[in-house]
Design a protein around this ligand. Sequence first.
Ligand code: PFF
Length: 453
Amino acid sequence: MQNRDKFTTSLGVLTATLGSAVSLGNIWKFPYFTGQYGGAAFIVIYLICVVLAGIPVMVSEFVIGRRANSNPVGAFKKLAPGTAWYAIGYSGIAASFLIMLFYTSVAGWVYSYIFRALSGTFINASPEMTIGVFGKLITSNYEPIIWQIIVLIVVSSIIIAGVQKGIERMTKTLMPLLFVLLLLCDIRALTLPGAQMGVEFLFKPDFTKITREVIIIALGLAFFKLSVGMGTMVTYGSYFDKNQNLPGTAVKVALSDILVSMMAGLAIFPAVFAFGFEPDAGPGLLFITIPMVFSKMPLGNILLTIFFLLTAIAATTAMMSLLEVPVAYLVEEKGYSRTKATLTSAATIAILGSTASLSADAGSLLGSIKIFGKTFFDLYDYISSNILMPVGGLFTVIFIVWVLGKANLAAELSNDGQLNNKGVINLFYLIVKYMTPLLIIIIFLNSIGVLKI
Ligand code: PFF
C-alpha cells in the first residue's frame, strides 16, 4: 500500500476542491450554454440539478473516498468486496479521460491567449478582428495541438512533482485573485452602453427554449461543473482527514461555483449585447467577448493577460484533479510508479486528444466528420457530461443508500458523532434516497424519448 498524501488544512481541502470545480466550465461553458438555451430559464433548471443532484453526489463521493481511503476503483472494491460496484470506478476513469481529450484542447486556447494578449493583439481590437483571431487559432492544423501538448506537459509535471502541496498552495492564493479580476470584468461590462440587455438576457427566463435535450444538458452541466459522477471527488475525498465537514464543504464549493458562473455571465452578456455579438455564439464567447471587454480599457492589455493567466491556472487545477483519477488508479491498483502512471495517461490523452483539437470548429481539419451527428470534440463532451457522469452519479447515490446504509452514512457525515448535524443527515438521506435518483432517471428517460414530460 502506498503512503498516501493528504491535504493538510481545511482551507486547502476547500480550495483544492474548488480548484477542481471552478474552472473553464464557469467562464467558457456556463455562459455559452446559458446563451444558447434560454438565459435564465436554463439557469433555473441548472440550479435545480445542482441542488438535487450535484451537491448530493459530491457529498456521496466524499463519503466513499474518505471512508475507503482509496482511488475510485479500489474504494468500491473495499466497501463492497466481491461485487461489481467497482464498475462505477471504471466509468469514472473513462469519463475523466474523455473530458481530458477536449478540455486540454480548450485549455490550450487559453494558454495561447495569454501570449496573444501579452503581445498586444487585442489593443483597440474590433469585433471582426477578435472573431478572426479565434477562428484562425481553432482551425489551424497544428497550433491547437502544440498548445494541447504544452498543457499536458505542465499538468503532468505538477502531478509527478507531488500534487497535494502543489494543489493546495497554488489554489489558495490564485483562486481569490481570479475572483477579483472577474469582478473587474463585471464592472467594466456592466458600465458599457447597452449593458442592460445582457443583464436582462441573463435574468429574464425564456422557457420556450427549454426542450428535453436542454434539460439533460443542464443536468450534465451540473455534474461537469461540480466535477462529480466520475470519481474525482472520491479521489479527493480520500485525501480529506477525519475532521473535515463533508456536507459543509460541498455546499460551500457549490455556492462559490455558482457565484463565479454568474459573475462570468455578467462579464460576458452585457458585453455581447454592447458589441453586437450573438448571445448564442457558442464556445467562442470567452475568446471573443472578453478580449473586447478589455480592449479599450486603460491597461486593458495587461489586465487581459492576467485574466487569461488566471483562467489558465483555474483550468490547470481542474485538469490536475482529472488526471489524478487514472493516476491514483494506476498507482494503487496496478503498481505503477507515479511518474509512469502520469506519463502513460498523458501520452494517451495527447494522441487521442488531437482529434478533439482538430474538430473544434466546422472549418477544422476533422470538423466535418460526424459520429452520431456530433464532431469528435462534441462527442467526447456529450458522452462524458450527459451519459457517464449522470449514470455514475445515479449509481453512486444508490450505492450510498442501499449498500453503505444509513448508519455508516450518518457516522461519516457526522465525523463519528463529532458534529451535531442530525437534521442535515436526515435531509441528505431523504434527497439521495428519493430525489436524486428520481431526477436523474426522469431526465434520462425523457432525453431518450421513453418518457414524455
Ligand atoms: N469542473 C470543471 C469545470 O467546470 O471546468 C470541469 C471538470 C474538472 C470536470 C474535473 C470533472 C473533473 F473531474
